[in-house]
Design a protein. Structure first.
Length: 339
């Protein structure tokens, strides 16, 4: 392996902080690849797939580091990049196209979690709410089906509703700011954890468990890691949330349950290389999966890098493991039968 090509989005001039972060991530990965002694090049991913394919071929990669996060087509196109790479027969890092689609579409992900018996909060999709006899009462969080990075999650993210009609109207009203499609998930008041996973010689390893701590008066109104808390450094929400790796003396059973749940997700979705599972803990101490992130952000100030630092693992070591996992992906290269 001599030459690694980064496949990445090129955010336009009006891109938000979440999209611009893709450049920070790519610079960090590129530096690590060079430190590992690899030649690097980068190819922009566009929805003109023949054009992207020809640029990739021209860059002659031994391996492609896939950093595509949707880009111009939004979150709903995130699985196009691994699908193209699979079709071209090129070795690449991270989740394959099926795992990417199943984990990125939060409604697909809920179905996979349910089928695998992995606890996840109850939810309501629009079609169900519009049907006869639908009911909804209590606090729900309205989430995008395809978008990540807390897109569309503001101070009003988790309203209290009295009936299905009210929730239905909210979903319709918020869909445009949430990538066109959203759903409602039961709001879980409890603690929030991010569980990072990295492939290793003996399979996936769970990195130190990170708790998202909501501090101060701001947190009394809303314990949601919304867009401002993630991306707007000057906002009260950003200043009032922090990551902590300190578990309490009574958290041993919870830590075990979080570890088991994250590994169950890895297997259920068929993840590869690296991942991060977001969880809220129910009143009875059960971790409920709210978000499965294939190919989580690798920017220096992201949650995955924080977990690596806490584990004492260097970024180059992690990048090497992610490359190895991509190169030894089961079922790769695909065997094709003549029609
Ligand atoms: N069911 C839920 N109950 C309480 N808070 C939630 C729930 N789902 C999501 N959240 C909050 O919203 C944030 C973003 O939601 P998440 O599902 O992780 O989407 P994203 O892909 O945007 O990260 C979470 O980090 C959490 O703070
Ligand atoms: Mg999340």
């Amino acid at each position: 392996m001599k030459r690694a090509v980064l496949l990445q989005n090129r955010p336009g001039p009006g891109a938000g902080a979440d999209d611009r972060d893709t450049l920070v991530q790519a610079a960090a990965v590129r530096k690590a690849l060079r430190t590992l002694g690899l030649d690097t090049a980068s190819v922009p991913f566009t929805l003109d797939l023949p054009d992207t394919a020809s640029a990739l071929r021209g860059a002659a990669p031994d391996v492609v580091f896939n950093l595509v996060e949707g880009g111009e087509g939004g979150g709903r196109c995130i699985h196009y990049a691994p699908a193209l790479l699979e079709d071209m027969g090129l070795p690449f890092t991270g989740a394959g196209s099926s795992a990417m689609a199943l984990s990125s579409n939060k409604l697909f992900a809920k179905a996979v979690l349910r089928a695998a018996g992995i606890p996840t909060p109850d939810w309501r999709a629009l079609a169900e709410l519009e049907g006869p006899g639908a009911s909804a009462r209590g606090r729900y969080i309205v989430k995008s089906v395809w978008e990540h990075a807390s897109i569309g999650l503001g101070d009003d993210a988790a309203p209290l509703v009295d009936c299905a009609g009210e929730l239905c109207a909210l979903l319709r009203q918020r869909a445009p700011r949430m990538g066109g499609e959203c759903f409602a998930e039961r709001y879980v008041e409890g603690r929030e954890f991010n569980v990072a996973l990295l492939d290793g010689p003996g399979g996936p390893e769970v990195l130190p468990l990170a708790e998202m701590v909501f501090d101060g008066r701001w947190a009394e109104g809303s314990r949601v890691l919304g867009y401002a808390a993630k991306w707007e450094e000057d906002s009260p929400a950003y200043r009032s949330t922090r990551r902590s790796f300190e578990l309490g003396p009574n958290d041993a059973a919870l830590a075990e349950a979080l570890t088991r749940t994250a590994l169950d997700c890895w297997r259920a979705f068929g993840l590869c290389g690296y991942a991060r599972v977001d969880v809220r803990v129910d009143a009875d101490g059960t971790p409920l999966v709210i978000d499965v992130n294939a190919n989580p952000c690798l920017s220096p100030d992201g949650g995955f890098r924080a977990a690596l630092r806490q584990a004492g693992l260097g970024f180059e070591e992690a990048v090497m493991r992610i490359l190895r996992a991509g190169l030894s992906r089961p079922g790769f290269p695909p065997t094709r039968k003549a029609a």
